[in-house]
Design a protein around this ligand. Structure first.
Ligand code: I3P
Length: 126
C-alpha cells in the first residue's frame, strides 16, 4: 500500500457544498435529516462543516472541530433505494456510520463520487 506523507494529510483534495444526511451511527439507524454541508476531502477523511447559523468559512477558523468521517476501509456506492432524491450515494465506514450525499447537479455529484472513491482506494483497508 502507498505511504501517505504528513504533507499529503493536509492537502485539501476537494471541497464544496452538498446535501448530507447521516442515516446510521455505529450500525444504529437514525432518522434521516437532510442538510446542506460544506464538505472537505482531506488527508483520508471527509470533514462536514455546518452551514446553518454562520457561514461555513467562519467555522474553518483554528480550533473548530468539524464532524468527520474516516475513509480507511470505507465503502462508497450509488443508491436509488435509500432516498427519493436523484444523484445519491452512500458512504459506509468501518465503524458502521452511514452517510448519504446528494446534489441535483450531475457533474458535481459525479466529481465527488470519483474523488472520494479514489481517496478510499489509495488508503489502507483498515
Ligand atoms: C423524511 C424526510 C426525508 C425523506 C424521508 C422521510 O421524513 O421527508 O426527506 O427522505 O424518506 O421519511 P421526516 O422529515 O418526517 O423524517 P428523502 O428526501 O431522501 O426521500 P424515507 O423515509 O423514504 O427515507
Amino acid at each position: 500500500t502507498d505511504i501517505i506523507s504528513p504533507k499529503e494529510q493536509t492537502v485539501v483534495e476537494k471541497e464544496g457544498y452538498l446535501l448530507k444526511a447521516k442515516i446510521a451511527d455505529g450500525g444504529k439507524k437514525l432518522r434521516k435529516n437532510w442538510s446542506t454541508s460544506w464538505i472537505v476531502l482531506v488527508g483520508g477523511k471527509i470533514e462536514f462543516y455546518k452551514e446553518s447559523k454562520q457561514p461555513a468559512l467562519a467555522n474553518l477558523k483554528a480550533g473548530y472541530k468539524p464532524e468527520w468521517v474516516d475513509l480507511c476501509g470505507a465503502q462508497i456506492e450509488w443508491t436509488t433505494e435509500k432516498s427519493s432524491r436523484k444523484n445519491v450515494f452512500q458512504i459506509t465506514t468501518i465503524s458502521g456510520n452511514e452517510f448519504l450525499l446528494q446534489s441535483d447537479i450531475d457533474f458535481i455529484i459525479l466529481d465527488w463520487f470519483h474523488a472520494i472513491k479514489n481517496a478510499i482506494d489509495r488508503l489502507p483497508k483498515e
